[in-house]
Design a protein around this ligand. Structure first.
Ligand code: ADP
Length: 163
């Protein structure tokens, strides 16, 4: 079986150019790509799930990425993959501490369903230290995040912080 479709899950709280870099890379490989904005119970999200879906869609529009479906999902990732009939899970790897956690998740998901492969894309060097948390931290104190996120994301952050 040839893998043609994938889901890229994450908190996307909010989406950054790092995530977008992974989306562009994954689009080259998969004919069908879904972004699943997940309610991660281990993290208290800054933006609601509805806001994160809307911001993610707006960000993709702004950077001219078409043909990527954005959904929200609450539950097991493997069940999401099955529900949307995709064969692979996409994750991004940064320079720092992603590996151990991603390795653990990928092996757990493989135990749960060995037919669904996890595929990793390495980020571009300039985004390898970029995270949603850093963007929020900088924007909280009024810093310029325009090299980290599209304009619509920066505006959503500014509104949320009441700037
Ligand atoms: P999660 O809460 O699932 O870690 P995130 O939205 O933080 O959700 O990240 C989703 C995926 O995107 C993860 O695989 C993460 O490693 C990857 N990612 C996040 N930021 C970047 C970045 N700057 N470059 C590449 N991948 C990234």
């Amino acid at each position: 079986m040839t893998i043609t479709s994938a889901v890229y899950p994450g908190s996307f709280d909010p989406i950054t150019y790092g995530h977008i870099d992974i989306v562009r890379r994954a689009k080259k490989l998969f004919a069908r790509l879904l972004i699943a904005v997940v309610a991660n119970p281990n993290k208290t999200p800054f933006f609601s799930i509805e806001e994160r879906v809307a911001i993610t869609k707006a960000a993709l529009d702004e950077v001219g990425i078409t043909g990527v479906e954005v959904i929200s999902y609450d539950g097991l990732l493997i069940d999401c993959a099955k529900a949307y009939k995709v064969d692979a899970i996409v994750r991004g790897l940064r320079a720092n501490s992603d590996f151990d956690y991603e390795f653990q998740m990928a092996l757990t998901n493989r135990d749960l369903d060995s037919d669904i492969e996890t595929v990793f894309f390495m980020t571009a060097g300039r985004y390898s230290f970029l995270s949603s948390s850093i963007v929020k931290e900088v924007k909280r104190y009024g810093g310029d995040v325009s090299s980290f996120v599209p304009g619509c994301v920066e505006q959503a952050l500014a509104r949320k912080f009441g700037h």
